[in-house]
Write a protein that binds this ligand. Structure first.
Ligand SMILES: Cc1cc2nc3c(=O)[nH]c(=O)nc-3n(C[C@H](O)[C@H](O)[C@H](O)COP(=O)(O)OP(=O)(O)OC[C@H]3O[C@@H](n4cnc5c(N)ncnc54)[C@H](O)[C@@H]3O)c2cc1C
Ligand code: SF4
Length: 536
């Protein structure tokens, strides 16, 4: 048994963990990051789209060497089926999870889910934060620091304030002709009331950042970015590992959090066949919402108590631009979000939002799944329509989700997290109404909804998981203080999605990161002038 000691111990190397680490490391404190990751993720294809199409090897990246991804079905992002996606989602085993009507997306890998994310990265505004005990001004310095470090690209248009203004932005060089054309039509036409369109805000570098090369529109985003243009948190991890006061340990699966009255904040760790403990002056939990919630509930044996779990109810829909049908596939493209929209939801001042994607970089089999005709016809149509298709996502705010997590002690004495998902009839109706409005707005721009292409997947498919240990000004046990210290512990801070008290329909990870950076800055003050050296 070895003992690890540091000023701060951080559990998890995803976007939340690395963001909390930076300010503490830069202030000179010793930081140990524990990560359950046991295997490296596969390398993305280093070629261009034409070479990829000709290589005859693309299927490996699209579905894995054993074609396992083909069995996953079409109701989730095509990223789940890819070789990288399968590796990122594999091995997640602690705590065990039993899910009904819910897709429990979580990861045990370096960089966490950011190794396969879509990189859409808007900031929240004060309306989005209205249920939070903090305001936008508390996050602003962190949003700015992060935008410069991770590389944020986007345009200056109707959605600039919605996505967050005043941030250092790189130009959206990834905008394809079809994206530019829709945006142009939107700017020329009289937009429909309650609908706003603009370029997406992506954590994609279009200018060189350290050893990451700018996006060259190779179109292979779905399979990972060999140029490193798409930000993922292994980029930050590499930077942190160059600092002498930072240590990354993996595989290091945290199996037990400290007891509530343990001032040494001792955690139990399982490595490759050996066991260790880590002690810290502050402990930061960033294992992803489901993993962190499981660890917390197991430590205080809160079996049977239901915690609310927020997700964004989501739908997807395909559109086509008739004038582009039959056009040859482009040699360059970009497969992450092109455009984003904001759509007012009826009878409330709240909004839905979503993104538009071109389809010319996707495998035909994925497009065929979206078409409501027989498989051979669908494949034929996909080939004809790929360059004319636009795929849209539609997200509702998290308050429309009705999920719950509970800790269950099984017959064999082992703990499992039970996750129950639910989308109510009212929410389904709201989605259908919202999608109708979106279709009307898109028709105005010359894009027609593909009949039968709408899908509403189960809760959790959005992978925006939050709210189980929410920050509140004054709260009961298992809520966080505004500084994200988990009640009733002293010195245990939660910085992943668990601590967000509300989920607007915007994507949440940029805010998870900004909040984690904010907490990192708070911890620098907490740690004061004393320092302990790294002891491993
Ligand atoms: C297909 C897909 C697309 C997405 N697209 C977007 C998007 O466009 N925009 C957006 O905002 N969000 C998106 N997301 C969500 C985004 O990826 C997550 O919000 C984000 O990764 C959460 O970061 P995190 O650090 O909290 O957790 P994670 O990324 O899950 O990282 C958790 C880390 O903790 C480690 N860990 C877990 N348990 C333990 C343990 N017991 N002991 C030690 N280490 C542990 C893991 O190995 C990992 O390093 C997407 C997700 C998916 C799956
Ligand atoms: S982000 Fe740009 S360079 Fe990277 S895979 Fe996508 S298109 Fe290619």
């Amino acid at each position: 048994m070895t003992t690890i000691e540091a000023d701060a111990v951080i559990i998890g190397s995803g976007p939340a963990g690395v963001s909390a680490a930076w300010p503490i490391v830069e202030a000179g404190f010793s930081v140990v990051m524990l990560d359950a990751a046991a295997r490296p993720t596969p390398e993305p294809p280093a070629m261009d789209l034409t070479e990829f199409r000709r290589s005859g090897d693309g299927w490996r990246h699209a579905y894995g060497d054993d074609l396992c991804g083909l069995a996953l079905g079409g109701l989730r992002s095509p990223k789940f089926a890819t070789r990288i996606g399968q590796a990122v989602l594999a091995d997640a085993c602690h705590p065990m999870i039993r899910a009904t009507d819910f897709m429990p997306t979580r990861s045990f890998s370096a960089g966490g889910l950011s190794k396969m994310w879509g990189a859409v990265a808007p900031a929240y505004d004060d309306w989005d934060l209205r249920e939070y005990p903090i305001r936008k001004r508390d996050l602003d310095p962190s949003y700015r620091a992060l935008a410069a470090r991770i590389g944020l690209s986007g345009g200056d248009d109707d959605l600039t304030d919605f996505h967050g203004s005043g941030l250092p932005l790189q130009p959206p060089r990834w905008l394809t002709p079809i994206g530019a054309r829709l945006l142009d039509r939107y700017c020329r036409s009289k937009p429909l009331p309650g609908f706003m369109l603009g370029t997406a805000r992506n954590a994609v570098a279009t200018e060189t950042i350290a050893d990451r090369r700018p996006c060259n529109s190779c179109g292979l985003c779905l399979y990972g970015c060999a140029r490193g243009a798409i930000y993922d948190s292994t980029h930050d991890l590499a930077g942190l590992r160059r600092k002498p006061n930072f240590r990354y340990i993996s595989p290091a699966l945290v199996t037990r959090l400290p007891a509530i009255d343990d001032p040494a904040l001792t955690v139990d760790i399982e490595g490759k066949g050996h066991y260790s403990v880590a002690k810290a002056r502050v402990l930061v939990l960033a294992a992803g919402t489901l993993n962190s919630t499981g660890l917390v509930l197991a430590r205080c044996l809160r079996a049977g108590r239901k915690q609310r779990l927020l997700t964004n109810p989501v739908a997807a829909l395909a559109f086509f631009l008739p004038s582009r049908i039959g056009q040859p596939l482009a040699d360059t493209t970009f497969s992450l979000a092109q455009l984003s929209y904001r759509l007012e939801i009826s009878e409330s001042s709240d909004y839905a939002s979503g993104n538009l994607y071109t389809a010319d970089g996707l495998p035909l089999a994925i497009l065929a799944e979206k078409l409501p005709v027989s498989r051979p016809t669908a494949l034929h149509l996909s080939a004809l329509m790929a360059s004319a298709l636009v795929l849209a996502t539609f997200f509702l705010p998290g308050r429309y989700s009705q999920n719950a997590v509970t800790l269950n002690i099984r017959g064999d004495g082992r703990e499992e997290l039970v996750v129950e998902g639910r989308i109510s009839e009212d929410t389904n109706m709201l989605i259908l109404e919202g999608i109708k409005k979106l279709a009307r707005a898109m028709r105005h721009l010359g894009a027609i909804a593909v009949p039968g292409s709408r899908s509403i997947p189960v809760s959790g498919t959005d992978a925006h998981l939050a709210g189980t240990l929410p920050m509140k000004e004054h709260g009961e046990d298992l809520t966080c203080t505004p500084d994200c210290e988990l009640r009733p512990w002293r010195g245990l801070f939660v910085v992943d999605g668990s601590c967000l008290p509300d989920l607007p329909s915007k994507h949440c990870t940029f805010t998870i990161m900004a909040n984690a950076d904010r907490v990192g800055r708070v911890l620098v003050k907490r740690l004061g002038n004393n320092r302990v050296g790294l002891s491993i």
